[in-house]
Design a protein around this ligand. Structure first.
Ligand SMILES: Cc1cc2nc3c(=O)[nH]c(=O)nc-3n(C[C@H](O)[C@H](O)[C@H](O)COP(=O)(O)OP(=O)(O)OC[C@H]3O[C@@H](n4cnc5c(N)ncnc54)[C@H](O)[C@@H]3O)c2cc1C
Length: 505
């Protein structure tokens, strides 16, 4: 039986959600017609909607839950073009011109956020600071040196340093100056406040079920239909998959603890290089500064004992910082593309009106903002120098080995999880498992009251893989494409659009 999360320290809520009010936009009341429908109210969707409205378009944001409460509500919100180590890779695999386009796009995204904050006078703790990628051991220093060389060649504000403000020694670090951090929900709630009106809308509690491309496009939701000339799919993992995103994206979860330190908090934002990176940044808080420490990543639905992951993360933080208390803990997931560049542009090779923004690979603060700028330009038929690089339909051999690996991993779970036998249904309150019953494989959850037992088909409603119980988050997670369902079977994360199917036990 897996570890239980009762003993974990810190409140299980993201700091960003805990320090901002909940939103209450209405659901879609009836049929509505706009220039552009945006599916998903995260940073990608709300940025695209904001920039399109500024450019004179009417927009409708369709959000199945509440805005800024998906991945964006659980991020660590470093705004930087230092994406661990990427520029040396980009020059070698895409050439200097495209590597420069990536660098320019992400630097422009930092300035786009800064401009919106200034223009709209948004109080979101936006602060300029340095970003570092550090190596703790000598063996990891060479790639850092190559990264600084590559980044400097592309005009980025990069330097190699052997000293950082961290309270533990590093072998070396890449430093980017002029980067930034903010409170992502304070930023987005301010943008969202200005969106409704003059023909534009935000609809919460409105799940998109289907999109038919036509002139105009028809978006079917669980509340009514929206018609729009163009549609932006910013649902984190796209659905309605004519372009095989399911085979080209892989969702990865990672964990964050928010801690209070005894002693000074290091200024700057940090990530370690190497196989299993850890991320560190601080944020002003009523009780001083909260230090967020992240890590323990794994492919969604394949995390095993996720409670132990929080425990290892806390131990890692305590080994390196004088931790006085753990205040928060949360986790979330982001999608990686097979060649490390996000997919932003026309959703499939034949479409004229469907656009997608996904695959930010853990760097969606700048990535989503690039997406907003790029999609505004594409929809308004304006030239954009980053369009080819980000084109979701690009032909590249760079990702082929990764593509093969991902699809072997999916096939292994699709078949292997069907054959595996579950444990006997001896569940403690608050626990779930996929078990064998007379009705065959069943996802079973015993509620905290100890008596209510929820039973579902364990078959993910997206593409039919078998979901896995996540004990730390009390959710059912799909190991293939990252859909997630609450303990009671309700959908909490796509690409699925339907809840798990209830089953009698
Ligand atoms: C632990 C962690 C830390 C991170 N830290 C950083 C960082 O420091 N800096 C950085 O740049 N990036 C970071 N990222 C990445 C970044 O947070 C994400 O890339 C970004 O938030 C994704 O935004 P999004 O708008 O694409 O997705 P989301 O915020 O998830 O928005 C998508 C929205 O679509 C809605 N939706 C889905 N399906 C439907 C449907 N059918 N109908 C209607 N609505 C739907 C969802 O409810 C959701 O609100 C981090 C990621 C992780 C995992």
């Amino acid at each position: 039986m897996t570890n239980t999360n009762d003993a974990l320290p810190g409140r299980p809520i993201s700091f960003w959600l805990d320090t901002t009010p909940r939103t209450k936009f209405p659901p879609l009341p009836d049929n509505v017609s706009v220039d552009v429908a945006v599916v998903g109210g995260g940073l990608a969707g709300l940025t695209a909607a904001t920039l399109l409205k500024e450019a004179g378009q009417t927009v409708a944001v369709l959000e199945m839950g509440h805005i800024a409460q998906g991945v964006t509500g659980y991020t660590t919100a470093k705004i930087t073009s230092l994406h661990t180590l990427i520029y040396d890779y980009l020059i070698r695999h895409f050439g200097e011109e495209k590597a420069r386009a990536y660098a320019d796009a992400n630097q422009a995204a930092i300035e786009q956020i800064a401009a919106l904050v200034t223009r709209r006078n948004i109080a979101c703790d936006f602060t300029r600071t340095e970003a570092y990628t550090y190596a703790e051991i000598e063996d990891d220093v060479n790639p850092l040196e190559a990264e600084v060389k590559a980044a400097a060649r592309l005009g980025l504000p990069a330097a190699l340093t052997y000293e950082t403000p961290l309270p533990f020694p590093v072998a070396a670090a890449v430093r980017f100056d002029g980067q930034a951090r903010f409170h992502p929900r304070k930023y987005l709630l301010a943008l969202a406040q200005d969106l409704p009106g003059e023909g534009s809308h935000i609809f919460e509690g409105t799940r998109v079920l289907d999109i038919v491309e036509d002139e105009p496009c028809r978006i079917t939701t669980d509340k009514g239909t929206v018609t729009a000339r163009d549609v932006v799919i910013a649902s984190h993992f796209p659905f309605g998959d004519k372009a095989l995103y399911a085979a080209r994206l892989s969702p990865h979860r990672s964990y964050v603890v928010g801690v209070r330190l005894d002693g000074p908090v290091p200024p700057g934002m940090f990530i370690s290089s190497g196989e299993s990176p850890h991320t560190i940044r601080s944020h002003p808080w009523e009780a001083g500064e909260l230090v967020m420490v992240g890590g323990e990543g794994h492919k969604t639905g394949q995390g095993g004992d996720t409670v132990a992951r929080y425990q290892r993360l806390e131990a890692w933080a305590r080994e390196r910082f004088p931790v006085r208390s753990v205040e928060y803990r949360w986790s979330t997931q982001d999608n990686r593309t097979i060649d490390r560049v996000p997919y932003v542009g026309r959703a499939n090779p034949t479409t004229k009106h469907l656009y997608v923004a996904t695959g930010f690979g853990g760097w969606g603060m700048t990535g989503s903002t690039v997406a907003g700028m790029l999609l505004r330009d594409r929809i308004l038929s304006r030239e954009n120098p980053w369009a080819d690089l980000y084109d979701p339909n690009r032909l590249t051999l760079e990702g082929v080995p990764q593509f093969v690996k991902e699809n072997v991993n999916i096939a292994t779970h699709f078949i292997g999880d069907r054959l595996a036998r579950g444990e006997s249904p001896d569940l403690a309150p608050g626990e779930g498992a996929v078990v064998e019953t007379e009705q065959g494989k069943t996802a079973m959850y015993r509620a905290e009251d100890g008596t209510t037992v929820h039973t579902f088909s364990p078959v993910c409603t997206h593409m039919g893989c078998i979901v896995d119980w996540n004990p730390a988050e009390k959710s059912w997670d799909c190991p293939c494409h990252g859909s997630r369902f609450a303990a009671d079977g309700k959908l909490i994360h796509g690409p699925a659009v339907k809840d798990l199917e209830p089953k009698s036990s």
